[in-house]
Write a protein that binds this ligand. Structure first.
Ligand code: SIN
Length: 328
């Protein structure tokens, strides 16, 4: 790498990229988040770069939650505000990486490069993929220019809106609608940014400082349509004292719902809850039809839609905008 006076910051949150197996011959038996991010970076020995490292958390990302997200957003905001910080890398477990990516994409207002990456094999596994992914992420974050929030995995750069973990074993675990190989992305950050600008955007009208002060999160539940879905879960929860304030439904195909589930969600809507339809299909996006009684649709996958709907509810509560519904 050539000499670069700017700094790159690597924030660790845990995951398999920081995982350690007591016996590397049984590398699938590991604990996520065991290795400090500083040690992951040190093992790469990057030349000619000024790198800061910080562990924000050391968790398995199946346990990602709003408190850790607040800590991560706080540290990102801190570092991104430094003029000499070119970009920030976030190391993350792959299981909820796409949710964190969409959160950061929706919330962070600046367009400095933030690269989120992870790995499918523990740090001491013989076929570990973390070092290459981290190296690629650091190189992209160090590149002059601004790419906004992107993910880097298995030699490709992905936009948060369409990023999805599709494989729970392969080293190429992630897919997106328009992945860009890492080398052309580094060569032309402006082209990368323009290419990704065509993807659906989901900005949330909320200051980071307001997000950092939230202590109570609205309950947004996710429900799937499936064969023999009769809406029992929705009817049961809307009758409870702490009924969800919003529902994201992973519909079949183009966001379709069984009669039982649709009736139950219409009841929820009539009681004041938001209902957003998405699709359980990994590709394509739900199109609203004239006459839909559940008319709000979201192009994000169900788990990412849940993050953005929660932020939108919060933004609305914070602004006390009455009935206006910010579009996720
Ligand atoms: C995790 O998501 O923290 C564990 C799994 C992984 O990183 O691949």
């Amino acid at each position: 790498m050539t000499e670069n006076k700017s700094r790159v910051v690597v924030l660790g949150t845990g995951g398999t990229i920081a995982g350690w197996a007591p016996d590397p011959k049984q590398a699938h038996q590991y604990r996520a988040g065991e290795v400090a991010v500083g040690d992951l970076v040190k093992a790469l020995a990057p030349q000619g770069l000024h790198i800061e490292t910080e562990d924000v958390a050391r968790i398995d990302s199946k346990n990602m939650n709003w408190t850790v997200w607040q800590q991560l957003v706080a540290r990102l905001t801190y570092w991104l505000a430094h003029d000499d910080v070119q970009g920030v890398v976030v190391t993350h477990g792959t299981d909820t990486l796409e949710e964190t990516a969409i959160l950061l994409h929706s919330l962070l207002k600046g367009d400095k490069t933030v690269v989120i990456t992870g790995a499918m094999r523990a740090a001491n596994a013989p076929d570990c993929d973390g070092p290459v992914n981290l190296q690629d992420a650091i190189r992209l974050a160090a590149t002059p220019g601004r790419a906004g929030v992107v993910a880097v995995f298995a030699g490709h750069v992905h936009a948060p809106a369409s990023l999805t973990k599709l494989d729970c074993q392969s080293l190429r675990a992630f897919a997106s609608s328009d992945p860009v190989p890492i080398e052309p992305a580094i060569e032309n950050l402006t082209a990368l940014r323009e290419r990704f600008s065509g993807q659906p955007d989901h900005p949330v009208d909320m200051d980071v400082s307001a997000f950092l002060q939230v202590t109570a999160w609205p309950r947004v539940e996710l429900v799937h349509n499936h064969a023999a879905q009769d809406g029992w879960l929705v009817r049961t929860l809307i009758a409870s004292p702490d009924a969800p304030e919003a529902w994201v439904v992973a519909g079949t195909g183009n966001g379709t719902l069984s009669q039982g589930l649709e009736d139950a969600l219409i009841q929820a809507q009539e009681k004041g809850a938001w209902v957003w339809r998405t699709s359980r299909c990994p590709w394509g996006s739900v199109q609203a039809q004239r006459g839909d009684r559940l008319s709000q649709v979201c192009a994000l996958n169900p788990c990412k839609a849940r993050v953005v709907v929660t932020l939108a509810l919060l933004a609305l509560a914070l602004k006390q905008q009455g009935l206006a519904r910010p579009l996720p």
